[in-house]
Ligand binder design. Structure first.
Ligand code: UT7
Length: 324
C-alpha cells in the first residue's frame, strides 16, 4: 500500500477588472494584434487598488473547500505559492489561515515564481506521503500588476492577477498507475539563468518591491526545451507514456510556448487546457486557475491523467503528474 495525495476539490478567483489588449494601445507603442500573435493573450484581470494577494487566495481557498465538501477545520496545512505577497512577512499562507479562522495546522509560502504552484504541489505531496499532514490546501495567488513597469511594453502586456487552489487528501492506494492522486514529481532549477527573468528590487537591496525585467526571447527558447523535458521525465517516473495523457495543464505564459511544448511531446492541442487568452500570465496562479476552469467546463474529470508543467524566474521549472 502507498499513500497518495488525491485531489478532492479545486477553486479559483479572478478580480473583477478585465483589461483588454486595446487598453495598452492608449499609452504604449503596442497593438492588440502584436500581443495576440506573439503571446496569445487577449485580456487579463487586474486586482483593485485595495485588493491583496491573500484576499484573492482566501476566496480561491473557500471555493476549493466548497468543491471538496470540507470545512477549514478539516485542513492540516496551507501552502501558498506567490512572488507577490501582501507583506514581506508574515506569509500569505498564514493570512489565508486567519481568513479561514483556522487556529491549528501549519502554513507557509513557497517562492519559485511562475513554477511556484508545481513546487508547492510537490511539497504538499511530500508532506502527505511522509504522514506529516493529511489534508492540505495548495494555493497559487498573485498580484503581478503591482510589480509591472507600465512603460515597458515587452513585459507589462503579458501578466495578470488571480488565484487558484486545490485541496489534497492522503489516501491509501495500491501503489500503481491506476491510483488516483499525485503519481510523480520532477523539479529543477538553475540559478545561472537568474538574469533572464527577475524583479529589480527587494528587501536587502533597494528596500522596494521593484519591477519585472525579462529577456523574453532567450527565455522563450529555454521554456519549450525545458518544459517538454520535465513533463516527459515526470511521465517516465509515473511509468506512463505521452499517449496516456488526458490533459496537459501548462503554465500559461505564451500560447506559442504551450503549442511548442505540446508539439515536442507529440500531444495534440485538443488535449491541452488553454486559458492564457483570458488570464494572461498569472505566474504561480496560472496552473490552479487552469485546473479550476478546466474542471468547471467539464473537460477535467475524475480518473484522467493530468500533466502540469511550469517554468519561471530562477530559472526554476518542473512537472507534476496527477490522476485526477
Ligand atoms: O512566466 C515565466 C515564463 N515567461 C516566459 O516564458 C515568457 C517567454 N517569452 C515570451 O513569451 C516571448 O519572448 C515574448 C512574448 C515576451 C516576446 O515575443 P518574441 O517573439 O520573443 O519577440 P521579441 O522579444 O523577439 O521581440 C520582437 C519585437 C522587438 O522589436 P525589434 O527589436 O524586432 O524591433 C520588440 O521590441 O517586438 C517588439 N516588442 C513589441 N512590439 C509591440 C516587444 N514587446 C512589444 C509589444 N508591442 N508589447
Amino acid at each position: 500500500m502507498t499513500t497518495r495525495a488525491v485531489v478532492r476539490g479545486v477553486g479559483h478567483y479572478l478580480p473583477e477588472r478585465i483589461v483588454e489588449n486595446a487598453e495598452f494601445e492608449k499609452t504604449l507603442d503596442t497593438s492588440d494584434e502584436w500581443i495576440r500573435t506573439r503571446s496569445g493573450i487577449e485580456r487579463r484581470h487586474f486586482a483593485a487598488d485595495d485588493q491583496t494577494t491573500s484576499q484573492m487566495a482566501g476566496i480561491a481557498a473557500k471555493n476549493a473547500l466548497a468543491d471538496a465538501g470540507f470545512d477549514p477545520t478539516d485542513i492540516d496545512a496551507v501552502i501558498v505559492a506567490t512572488s507577490t505577497p501582501d507583506l514581506t512577512f508574515p506569509s500569505v499562507a498564514t493570512m489565508v489561515q486567519s481568513e479561514l479562522a483556522m487556529q491549528s495546522g501549519f502554513a507557509f509560502d513557497v517562492q519559485a515564481v511562475c513554477a511556484g504552484f508545481v513546487f508547492a504541489l510537490a511539497n504538499a505531496n511530500a508532506l502527505i506521503v511522509s504522514g506529516q499532514a493529511r489534508r492540505i490546501l495548495v494555493i497559487g495567488a498573485e498580484t503581478f500588476s503591482r510589480i509591472l513597469d507600465f512603460e515597458d511594453r515587452a513585459t507589462c502586456v503579458l501578466f495578470g492577477d488571480g488565484a487558484g487552489a486545490l485541496v489534497l487528501e492522503g489516501c491509501e492506494s495500491d501503489g500503481d498507475t491506476t491510483d488516483r492522486g499525485v503519481l510523480s514529481v520532477d523539479l529543477h532549477s538553475d540559478g545561472s539563468y537568474r538574469d533572464m527573468l527577475y524583479v529589480d528590487g527587494g528587501v536587502s537591496t533597494t528596500g522596494e518591491a521593484g519591477k519585472v525585467r525579462m529577456q523574453g526571447n532567450p527565455l522563450f527558447r529555454q521554456a519549450v526545451a525545458k518544459l517538454s523535458q520535465t513533463a516527459e521525465t515526470a511521465l517516465d517516473k509515473a511509468k506512463l507514456a505521452t499517449t496516456d495523457v488526458d490533459w496537459i495543464v501548462p503554465h500559461q505564459a505564451n500560447i506559442r510556448i504551450i503549442q511548442g511544448t505540446a508539439k515536442k511531446m507529440g500531444v495534440p492541442m485538443d488535449k491541452v487546457i488553454v486559458t492564457v487568452q483570458d488570464h494572461g500570465n498569472t505566474s504561480a496562479a496560472s496552473i490552479p486557475l487552469a485546473l479550476s476552469v478546466g474542471k468547471q467546463s467539464g473537460k477535467i474529470r475524475e480518473g484522467q491523467i493530468i500533466v502540469t508543467e511550469a517554468i519561471g524566474g530562477g530559472l526554476a521549472w518542473g512537472s507534476v503528474v496527477i490522476r485526477w
